[in-house]
Design a protein around this ligand. Structure first.
Ligand code: DQA
Length: 143
């Protein structure tokens, strides 16, 4: 399986940003773990992080004929980016939504995800483990 893993705005600051909410691991540490602990012969990854909405849409478009599944943590764009939502819908690639924190237990604006209706699942509140759960969900869905 070819898995496109997208992390949105401010997730490049993991490890220093609000560690009581997001944990101490850096994004590189998390992504390296995801790659090394999954089956290397079966899963190939393309990791992408951007602080720009348009770049996230572009990578979804550019990788649409390569990716069999997408794992996405759109950061704050989760709550208002209809453009990312539409990109996921347009490419019709099974997509798992991940949030490190529990978005339902925080500020009220975080309770809304505008992408969840085009995703196969939403995993939240599990920290870095959420990416592994998302991968598992994608593999089960695609099988
Ligand atoms: C987040 C939750 C969002 O509300 C926030 O804006 C983020 C990270 C999470 O992983 O918990 O940047 O997506």
């Amino acid at each position: 399986m070819n898995i496109l893993v997208i992390n949105g705005p401010n997730l490049n600051l993991l490890g220093e940003r609000d560690t009581s909410i997001y944990g101490k691991e850096t994004l590189d540490q998390l992504m390296n773990k995801l790659e090394s602990q999954s089956k290397p012969k079966i899963n190939k990854f393309h990791f992408f992080q951007s602080n720009h909405e348009g770049e996230i849409i572009d990578v979804i478009h550019h990788k649409r004929n390569w990716a069999s599944g997408i794992i996405i943590n759109p950061g704050a764009l989760t709550h208002y980016s209809y453009a990312i939502r539409d990109a996921i819908e347009a490419v019709r690639i099974p997509t798992a939504e991940v949030h490190l924190s529990n978005i339902n237990n925080r500020e009220s604006f975080r309770k809304t995800s505008v992408i969840s209706d085009v995703c196969i699942c939403q995993i939240q509140g599990l920290g870095g483990k959420g990416y592994f759960k998302a991968l598992e969900a994608l593999i089960n869905y695609i099988k």
